[in-house]
Write a protein that binds this ligand. Structure first.
Ligand code: NI
Length: 165
């Protein structure tokens, strides 16, 4: 299992680099990401969360055959319609908040072999894609909360995780 970096770790705030080499080392790393995500009961995991500042995230919303890898992704279209949905993050354990986001997205990305694909997503998949894509830009879901609610969450988080600096 890979180590998961948490709130306060600088790497979560860095801008990620494009992946240019699609080799077996990348495939092995992606397998480890899926394993780590599964063990942690997550449905999405971005590379910076496991200490690698690259444009890559994986998604598994537990639907059959939905083990998705997004490399160098770009959200090219979002729906006008937005909605609230409760989000959490393996890098901010045990904290949840309703976040407003577009309900549908179209994303372009590359797969493990470097092949480009375009995916239109709605529902929970659209939500996870946007959350994970934010990670690649150093953005966390708490950044999308209103200030007062975010401050409350951070106080509760610090109480829960006192051992961390
Ligand atoms: Ni997250």
């Amino acid at each position: 299992m890979l180590d998961i970096y948490t709130l306060g770790d600088e790497i979560l705030r860095e801008k990620t680099e494009k992946i240019k080499v699609f080799d077996s080392a990348l495939a092995i790393f992606v397998d480890a990401m899926f394993e780590t995500m599964g063990e942690s009961d997550g449905i999405g995991l971005a590379a910076p969360q496991v200490g690698v500042s690259k444009q890559l995230f994986v998604v598994d919303t537990r639907r059959p055959n939905e083990r998705l890898v997004f490399i160098n992704p770009e959200i090219v279209e979002t729906s006008f319609e937005q909605g609230l949905y409760e989000e959490g993050c393996l890098s901010i354990p045990n904290m949840y908040s309703d976040i407003m986001r577009p309900l549908e997205v179209t994303v372009q990305a590359q797969d493990l072999s470097g092949k480009s694909f375009t995916l239109h997503a709605s529902g929970i998949l659209a939500r996870v894609i946007q959350h994970e894509n934010d990670h690649l830009n150093g953005v966390l879901f708490i950044d999308r909360m209103e200030e007062e609610a975010r401050e409350k969450l951070l106080v509760a988080y610090k109480k829960r995780h006192k051992r961390r600096k």
